[in-house]
Ligand binder design. Sequence first.
Ligand SMILES: Nc1ncnc2c1ncn2[C@@H]1O[C@H](COP(=O)(O)OP(=O)(O)OP(=O)(O)O)[C@@H](O)[C@H]1O
Ligand SMILES: [Mg+2]
Length: 445
Amino acid sequence: MTEELVAGRAWYDVAPSAARLTHSLRDIGYDFPTAVADIVDNSIAAGATRVDIQIEYNGADSNVIIADDGQGMSSAAMLEALRFGSRRSYARGELGRYGLGLKTASLSQARLLTVVSRSSKSVNRTCARSLDLDLITEWDQWVIVDPASTDWAVGRAREWLAEQTGTVVVWRSLDRVLPEKRPEGGWARRRVEALTRRTAQHLGIVFHRFITGLDDDPPVVISVNGEKVGPWDPFATDEVATHELPAQRFEVEAAGTIGWVRLRRFILPPRDRFSSPDQFERLSGPLNWNRQQGLYVYRAGRLVQWGGWAGIRGIDEHTKLARAALEFDTDLDGAFNINVAKMRVTLPAQVRQLLESPVNELCVLADDTYRKTYRAIGRPVPADLEVPSEVRAVTQSAAAAGLALRMAAMQADQWQAWEAIEALIRRQSPEIAELLGLTTSEELR
Ligand SMILES: Nc1ncnc2c1ncn2[C@@H]1O[C@H](COP(=O)(O)OP(=O)(O)OP(=O)(O)O)[C@@H](O)[C@H]1O
Ligand SMILES: [Mg+2]
């Protein structure tokens, strides 16, 4: 500790203990898939179009390699990148915010992090540095070391970087992934395999817009153990029978900043209106239909939180077809209180209030669709009835028209009148009512 006098007052330099703090920071809320996703954030921020992830089980020597073809880092930039709290500023829309992710996400799973990077297109020169938790603990110093020239991780990374710029992040000593006692056992292998599957799924969800291609940017190809990660679009926008209600934009003022929040609302098709049962299952998502309903909050195109209605209303079996995207840009970070692991936001009170009415409107319509269709499916369908694809397409479009009419009625504040019209159609032209998906009767209400 130093003691000096500044303007006549004593001050003391109390730098944190590296040994203590690095250990505490291991537990700020990452799990394996979210930690990998935070590294992929950096790759995308660096303009990568390919991110290759290898999760290699090899007992105690298991490792994770995340390689991108982004712009890479010079050796000075690499030193700054490995500082807890990297000193830098961010442009609007950049995924980084805290200057912590690379270190905290890596150390949440591993004791040894090695980064190898190449930033020059013309010159094949790489730089490599390691952050070694054991060394930091032993020295109680914020230190970065050069890996040995024979380090296999550096060799592997150089192969990836031989023809292109980019960055390779390697995690070793996976003490948070493997059991300390029997890292060689079958249980450990199965755990790594399960984490690999969950990671691929998680990446397909949170980066689905980047994988599909965002605005003018080229799509980002992410692969896990050689398998391309497919995008998981929560709103099934490829399905003909998915319905989007008019989008809304709100101006939000919080903590002295003014920014825009966009709300897009969708009613997904019920099972029989999906293009295939497989697609319906796929769209069910990891939490399943019920808990997968709700608000999907996107920050700069990256999904950070989903499942449930963020306190606006409860989840309900009858509104399980309702999903909505809430999008904000990084200028509203302060208002949304994004956490370091990029897994959680808090809706500002003002936004929650603005969302109440449009969200409730969406849920009423989704509830209506659910009751009508599920009752219709409840009726026995002849086992030998094969619906040809043209017929299915026509049925889907007709159902879409039915739903569009209902929404228009709702938006024009004519719901009661519409219910009377529906009842009339059902009575006078039951076959048209059936086609439009208006087949239910009031007794369900
Ligand atoms: N794959 C990469 N390619 C190029 N630069 C990178 C890469 N990964 C990290 N960096 C650089 O290192 C810096 C520190 O990364 P880190 O993830 O620790 O913090 P951050 O991304 O700035 O903020 P956050 O804590 O929100 O993730 C980045 O800002 C970036 O400049
Ligand atoms: Mg980051």
